[in-house]
Design a protein around this ligand. Structure first.
Ligand code: NDP
Ligand code: BG6
Length: 494
C-alpha cells in the first residue's frame, strides 16, 4: 500500500540522522514505488541553505550511502526543499507558512503534513508549540502527524512533562514516538513466530522456559556521538527503549487482532507487569560497565574516556546487564537477563529462550538445555538447538541445530526499519510506534535503576573487545548459567 499524499517537514534537516537515515529511507521508498508521486520534503534547520544546496547535500548522501544515480535520483531530489528558521523562535515559524502553502498547492497534498522531529531533544516540546502558534497543527485542511525521535524524555518526570507539552497541540492519535527497533523485520517476526504457530505457544511460559537472555551488543564505540552519549549511557540509550520493547514482544500476550490499539494494549500490559527493582534488589540484579582501551578484530581501539566529547572523569555506563522478572501468570519466576554494550567483540542482537531440561537425566551424557535462538541482527534468523544421539556406540547426546536464515525469505524490496516506520506514519498506522502508557511504563521501570546508579551504582571497567565486566558473569551465574557468547554468524557448525 502506498503512503498518502503528503508533505514531510523534517526539523533537524542539516543533521546526521536526516543525512544517514531519513533521506535514504525516503529515497528507497520512492525508488520502489511506495511513495505517492505527490510527496515533498521540506527540510528545516537553522543553517542557511537554499533548496539547491540542500538537494546537493542529500544527493551526496544518497550517492555515498545508497549508490544512487540516474533519473530516479534526479527526480527524487526535485521533491526536496529547504527553509532556514531559528527553531526556537516562534516568530520565525511564519516563514514556514508560504513554503507549506506552495508545496501543498504544487503537489496537491491537501494539507496532509508529517512533522519529523530530528533536532536536539530539548526542542521536542518547543516545536509543537511554535507550529500551533501559526495554526500549523490544525487538521481542518489535511491530517497533521508528528514523529518524535528518541530519547522521549530523560527520565520519568521529563517524559511525562514532554507528553503534557506535546498533548497541548497534538492528540495521541497524531503522535508517533519512534523506536526504530519496532521497525525491524526480525522484531516483528517475533510476533509471527509466536502467534502464527501452534508449536510454540503451549511451551511459551513458566512451565517450560527456564530463563530468557536478551543481548544487544555492538562492536562500535560511541563514534561521533560522545557528547550525546555521555548524558545518556546504555540504560537510556538502549535499554529503556529498544531492549524493553524487544522484551515486550517476547513476553506479551497475543493481541485479539493486529491493530494499533490491541497490539499496544498488550505491550503496555507486559511492561506494567515488570517487577519493580528497588535499591535493595539492584545490588544483586544490576551490573554496569565502561570500556577501556582494547582491540576489536585485531585492531586497537580507544577507551571510552578518550572518546571525543566524553569528559575525562565520566562515570557513564557503556554496558549494562540487568535481571528482570515479570509478575504475571505466564512468567512468574522466569528471569529475563538483558544486557547491552558498546565495544563488544561483535555486533549482535538476539533473544535466547532457554527451555527447562528433562526432569531426569537418562543418558550418561546429556545435551545442554534446549534453546530457541532468535537472531534479530545481523545474519537474521532462528536456530533451534536440541540434543540427538552422538553417532557410535552407547547413548550420548550432543547438541545439534535446525537453522532458518531470514535472508532466504527476503525479497529485494524488504524495508529497513526507518523505511517501514516512515511509511506507516504516512499511512496513519501507529501499530509499531510506542504509545504514551508504554513509554511511561518503561521509564517507571528504569527510573529506580537510574536513581540507584546516581547514588551508589558502581561502573566496572571492561576491556574493549570483551563481553563486558566479569561481574556480569556473576549475575547470571547465580542462576547456575553462563551468558551465551554469540558469534557474528548464527549458524552453528554441527
Ligand atoms: P545532529 O546534532 O546531527 O543534528 C541536529 C539537528 O538539529 C541539526 O540539523 C541542527 O541544525 C538542528 N537544530 C535545530 N535547532 C538546534 C539547536 N537549538 N541546537 C542544535 N541543533 C539544532 O543530531 P542527529 O541528527 O544525530 O540527531 C537528531 C535527533 O535524533 C536527536 O534527538 C538524537 O537523539 C536522535 N537520534 C539520532 C540518531 C542518529 O543515529 N543520529 C539515532 C536515533 C535517534 P542547525 O544547527 O542547522 O539548526
Ligand atoms: C540508537 C542508539 O538508538 O540505536 C545507538 O542511540 C545505537 O547508540 C543504535 O548504536 C543501535 O541501533 P541498531 O539498529 O544499529 O541496532
Amino acid at each position: 500500500m502506498k503512503a498518502d499524499n503528503n508533505c514531510i517537514v523534517i526539523f533537524g534537516a542539516s543533521g546526521d540522522l536526516t543525512y544517514r537515515k531519513l533521506i535514504p529511507a525516503l529515497y528507497h521508498l520512492y525508488k520502489i514505488g511506495r511513495l505517492a508521486e505527490s510527496f515533498s520534503v521540506l527540510g528545516v534547520a537553522r543553517s542557511e541553505l537554499s533548496d539547491d544546496s540542500f538537494r546537493q547535500k542529500m544527493r551526496e548522501a544518497l550517492i555515498d550511502l545508497e549508490g544512487a544515480s540516474g533519473e530516479i535520483l534526479d527526480k527524487f531530489c526535485n521533491h526536496l526543499y529547504y527553509q532556514a528558521i531559528n527553531t526556537s523562535d516562534v516568530v520565525d515559524y511564519a516563514k514556514l507558512l508560504p513554503r507549506l502553502d506552495e508545496l501543498h498547492d504544487k503537489y496537491g497534498t491537501g494539507g496532509n503534513t508529517l512533522y519529523y522531529l530530528s533536532t536536539p531533544p530539548s526542542l521536542y516540546g518547543v516545536i509543537p508549540e511554535c507550529l500551533s502558534a501559526h495554526g500549523l497543527t490544525t487538521e481542518e485542511f489535511g491530517w497533521k502527524r508528528i514523529i518524535v525521535e528518541k530519547p522521549f524524555g530523560y527520565d520519568i518526570e521529563t517524559a511525562k512533562a514532554l507528553d503534557i507539552q506535546i498533548h497541548k497541540y497534538f492528540e495521541e492519535h497524531q503522535i508517533y514516538r519512534i523506536d526504530h527497533y519496532l521497525g525491524k523485520e526480525t522484531v516483528q517476526n517475533l510476533l509471527v513466530l509466536r502467534f502464527s504457530n501452534g508449536l510454540f505457544e503451549p511451551l511459551w511460559n513458566r512451565n517450560f522456559i527456564d530463563y530468557v537472555e536478551i543481548t544487544g551488543a555492538e562492536s562500535l564505540g560511541v563514534e561521533e556521538r560522545g557528547g550525546y552519549y555521555d548524558g545518556s549511557g546504555a540504560m537510556r540509550d538502549m535499554f529503556q527503549n529498544h531492549l524493553l520493547q524487544v522484551l515486550a514482544m517476547v513476553a506479551m500476550e497475543p493481541p485479539a487482532i493486529i491493530n494499533a490499539n490491541s497490539m499496544r494494549d498488550e505491550v503496555a500490559k507486559v511492561l506494567h507487569s515488570l517487577h519493580p527493582l528497588h535499591k535493595e534488589d539492584l545490588k544483586n540484579n544490576l551490573v554496569l560497565g565502561q570500556y577501556s582501551a582494547g582491540s576489536i578484530e585485531g585492531k586497537p581501539v580507544k577507551g571510552y574516556l578518550e572518546e571525543k566529547g566524553v569528559p575525562a572523569e565520566s562515570n557513564t555506563e557503556t554496558y549494562m546487564a540487568v535481571r528482570c522478572q515479570i509478575d504475571n501468570w505466564r512468567w512468574a519466576g522466569v528471569p529475563f537477563y538483558v544486557r547491552s554494550g558498546k565495544r563488544m567483540p561483535t555486533r549482535v542482537t538476539e533473544v535466547v529462550i532457554h527451555f527447562k531440561t528433562t526432569p531426569h537425566p537418562v543418558f550418561s551424557q546429556n545435551a545442554p538445555d534446549n534453546k530457541l535462538i532468535i537472531r534479530i541482527q545481523p545474519d537474521e534468523g532462528i536456530s533451534m538447538r536440541f540434543g540427538l544421539k552422538k553417532p557410535g556406540a552407547g547413548f550420548e547426546a550432543k547438541e545439534v541445530s535446525m537453522d532458518f536464515r531470514y535472508a532466504d525469505l527476503a525479497s529485494p524490496s524488504l524495508l529497513t526499519a526507518y523505511e517501514r516506520l516512515l511509511l506507516d506514519a504516512m499511512k496513519g498506522d501507529a501499530t509499531l510506534f510506542a504509545r504514551t502508557d508504554a513509554v511511561h511504563a518503561c521509564w517507571n521501570f528504569v527510573q529506580p535503576i537510574l536513581d540507584y546508579k546516581a547514588e551508589r551504582g558502581r561502573v566496572y571497567e571492561y576491556e574493549a573487545g570483551t563481553w563486558g565486566p566479569a561481574e556480569a558473569n556473576k549475575l547470571i551465574a547465580k542462576h547456575g548459567k553462563l551468558w551465551r557468547k554469540p558469534s557474528g554468524q548464527m549458524k552453528k557448525k554441527v
